[in-house]
Design a protein around this ligand. Structure first.
Ligand code: PLP
Length: 268
């Protein structure tokens, strides 16, 4: 018998096209050598052209999945992806409290505040933004918004690195231990700089910009790689550096799929 690998949980939606969502999370977990578990929040009807329908899982079923795996298998780190509704966010917060995911001294908890797909398909109802800010952010070890999500959450439209610092401060004020502002969507910047902030120190993480339109699932992949590193005992800056390296390579190896936008690659 071999030993049990670190166990991680994603609380996320399904992408039928297999590019993003919990499918991307599980692929990344596999590549990182950790055992992935899922609390499914929603089923999207999706292909490379976009999302045509969403079916939301009842909030109590989402909470029950979290408690079931935590009680028996154990969770060394967890992340969120698409949470769809305010009811699901409240149920996730309640379940995480029950099994000690998130907050200081408990299981590391990465909150990726997924709001919309790159095609502009809505993945979070409007009234759920407030629940995300007030119920999940204070529990998070790390939040990982892209610039569109930063704008929705803080009202700050980041166009340069000074505004990224202002946004990181605003995000951190909502309660997470660390905030990561991902600069990938700042297209005028020749580099792709992410900014990590713990309330005291800014850490800039630069990477070259890669010329591809196939970036579907990039955010999910990065958050999952970070979560995997946290489950292995890495501190947050180390885990974020690992996640950045993982997603940079994943974007370099992104592949076309269908008639639209292809996914980043987790092949290692
Ligand atoms: N579909 C689901 C279920 C997702 O969770 C996400 C992102 O988290 C997406 C689609 C959108 O991914 P992208 O913006 O990379 O296209």
């Amino acid at each position: 018998m071999t030993t049990t690998p670190p166990r991680v949980l994603t609380i996320a939606g399904s992408d039928s096209g297999g590019g993003a969502g919990l499918q991307a999370d599980l692929r990344t977990f596999f590549s990182c050598g950790v055992h992935g578990m899922t609390a499914v929040t929603a089923v999207t009807v999706q292909n490379s052209l976009g999302v045509s329908d969403v079916s939301v899982i009842p909030a109590d079923v989402v909470a029950a999945q979290i408690v079931a795996v935590a009680d028996d298998i154990g969770v060394l780190a967890a992340k969120t992806g698409m949470l769809a509704t305010a009811e699901i966010i409240s149920a996730v917060a309640g379940a995480c409290d029950k099994v000690q995911i998130g907050r200081e001294g408990t299981t590391p908890f990465v909150v990726d505040p997924v709001a919309a797909s790159m095609h502009g398909d809505q993945l979070l109802r409007d009234d759920a933004l407030d629940a995300l800010r007030t119920e999940l952010f204070p529990r998070a070890t790390l939040v990982t918004p892209n610039l569109d999500e930063v704008r929705l959450l803080t009202g700050i439209d980041v166009r340069d690195r000074a505004e990224a610092r202002e946004a990181a401060r605003a995000l951190h004020a909502l309660g997470p231990r660390w905030a990561l502002v991902k600069g990938g969507h700042m297209h005028e910047d020749p580099e792709c700089v992410d900014l990590l902030y713990d309330g005291e120190t800014f850490l800039e993480l630069p990477a070259g910009r890669i010329d591809t339109r196939h970036t579907h699932g990039g955010g999910d992949t990065m958050a999952s790689a970070i979560t995997s590193a946290l489950a292995r005992g890495a501190d947050v800056p180390t885990a974020v550096r690992f996640g950045k390296a993982f997603v940079t390579r994943a974007v370099q190896h992104a592949y076309p799929l269908g008639g639209g936008v292809g996914p980043v690659s987790s092949f290692w």
